[in-house]
Design a protein around this ligand. Structure first.
Ligand SMILES: [Zn+2]
Ligand SMILES: [Zn+2]
Length: 245
């Protein structure tokens, strides 16, 4: 399986990542990726950029050095009602919205029912594309109940390569999540969650997991250019107007 787009990457704008947007795009080009999504953290993450950073991403060319640059965000799920730390008006400017739970921006109460309720509401948010690294142990939810709903609302479930390195306690959950996606035909994306340019396009752990469970490739949205482009076309139009560069 070849992944053609890395749709979860951070830049220096997140302030705990260490490569510029241009360096990340150049790394994507070196790895022969069709696209990279720039998804810096929503405002509740310490040091994260503000609303104007995300709304002004429209000044970045649609393609740089032949790589399609997708303007996105990794928004924080900031309460157990499933609200995000970004206004709908800003989300309307973006082409790619990941919703993630982080222990630093959402108090981990280790309550499966509360996490289930939160994710069921995130599933209904029309701006959200991707459910980010949802295998985190502290935010375990009822996978059998929620994952089919992610599918019903067209959300993509992320298998995050970085989780195998920095969120090891959730690896077994990632496997279960992938198995339940397979069972219910729910589409996924494989991402690096790179915080430095050398991590762009690194998906080895995630791909091994998918191989291990014989995950069907046609459910991996970013493993084929046409499949990926047709997903982008199918999402609601953003207010983002690209310049002609
Ligand atoms: Zn994250
Ligand atoms: Zn991230």
């Amino acid at each position: 399986m070849k992944i053609i787009a890395d749709t979860h990457c951070h830049t220096t704008a997140s302030t705990h990542a260490y490569s510029s947007l241009e360096e990340m795009v150049k790394a994507a080009q070196k790895k022969n990726l069709y696209a990279i999504a720039i998804t810096d953290h929503g405002r509740l993450m310490p040091g994260a950029p503000g609303q104007w950073y995300f709304e002004n991403l429209r000044i970045i060319p649609k393609k740089i050095d032949g790589v399609r640059v997708i303007k996105g965000i990794e928004a924080n799920v900031c309460d157990y009602d499933g609200n995000l730390d970004v206004e709908d008006s800003s989300l309307g400017y973006l082409e790619w919205v990941i919703a993630s739970m982080h222990e630093i921006t959402l108090e981990p109460i280790c309550d499966i029912d509360a996490c289930t309720a939160a994710w069921l509401n995130v599933a209904k948010n029309p701006y959200v594309d991707v459910i980010g690294h949802s295998g985190v142990k502290a935010f375990k939810f009822d996978y059998e109940k929620v994952i089919p709903e992610f599918g019903r609302y067209g959300k993509l479930v992320e298998i995050n390569n970085n989780s195998f390195i920095i969120r090891k306690s959730g690896i077994e959950n990632c496997k279960k999540i992938a198995q339940i996606c397979k069972k219910h035909g729910v589409r996924i994306v494989v991402n690096s969650d790179a915080h430095f340019s050398s991590q762009v396009g690194i998906f080895d752990n995630a791909i091994s997991l998918l191989k291990e469970i014989d995950f069907p490739e046609d459910l991996v949205v970013n493993s084929d250019i046409d499949r990926f482009k047709s997903y982008l076309k199918s999402r609601p139009k953003t207010a983002l107007i690209h310049n002609k560069n």
